[in-house]
Write a protein that binds this ligand. Structure first.
Ligand code: AMP
Length: 213
């Protein structure tokens, strides 16, 4: 992973809550659901994201989705909202990027009645693969997809947990292009808007449930 958040600390709770309180997993009781315009209840998903400073290395403020996953209501709502966003796009394959993209990609695929395809780190997929390398702050990284995972012109939705610099998702989009798939949407749970990730995905319908500025 690159260093997307150099200059810790970031985050909306900076300087307001003590680290102990800031890192406490939230529960549904902390987040009284607010009815939206349709009368449906909406959960404040951002309050289920835990900031972990200096993980995996110094200077990175890690956005931990564990509290969101641990809440049946918040996890359900995140998957529902991602699926609803792309419901009218005719998606036949949802791609999740290892590993947190799997957690959201698979339930979204089921909600859309689509198949699920994993993009994985090198050497994990058993059959013939296609690879794409991309630049990190120091060095490069590579991701792979099965060569037969997508039919030419198949409508594909890409899902990952977080958009930072956009290098991972841009490489994933390259893999889909190599297989001749048509990307109809790209969904994230979290977008770090202070990084230029979106600019790496020009012309794409990019949507994030939580935008951190
Ligand atoms: P990037 O390629 O820079 O957009 O990084 C995106 C990938 O790295 C995603 O798969 C994220 O899971 C992970 N990632 C990057 N930055 C963070 C962060 N601050 N907190 C949590 N995960 C991150």
């Amino acid at each position: 992973m690159q260093n997307p958040t150099s200059g810790f600390p970031f985050g909306k709770n900076r300087g307001i809550l003590s680290p102990r309180k800031r890192n406490r997993p939230r529960t549904i009781k902390d987040n009284q659901p607010q009815p939206n315009r349709n009368g449906r209840h909406m959960i404040d998903l951002e309050s289920f994201i835990r900031d972990v400073p200096d993980f995996p290395k110094e200077g990175i403020l890690f956005k931990d989705i564990s509290p969101l996953l641990a809440s049946p209501e918040a996890f359900m709502e995140a998957c529902d909202r991602l699926a609803q966003t792309f419901a009218d796009k005719g998606v036949t394959k949802v791609i999740g990027i290892e590993s947190r993209g799997f957690i959201f990609g698979a339930p979204v695929a089921q909600r859309l009645g689509a198949g699920f395809v994993p993009i994985r780190k090198p050497g994990k997929l058993p059959a013939e693969t296609v690879s794409q390398s991309y630049q990190l702050e120091y060095g490069t990284d590579t991701i792979e997809i099965h060569a037969d995972a997508i039919e030419p012109n198949e409508k594909v939705l890409l899902i990952d947990d977080l958009l930072a610099t956009g290098g991972t998702m841009a490489a994933a989009a390259e893999l889909v292009a190599k297989l001749g798939g048509q990307i109809v949407g790209i969904g994230f749970v979290i977008e770090l808007c202070f990084l230029p990730g979106r600019a790496k995905l020009p012309g794409q319908d990019v949507h994030a449930l939580i935008q951190i500025r």
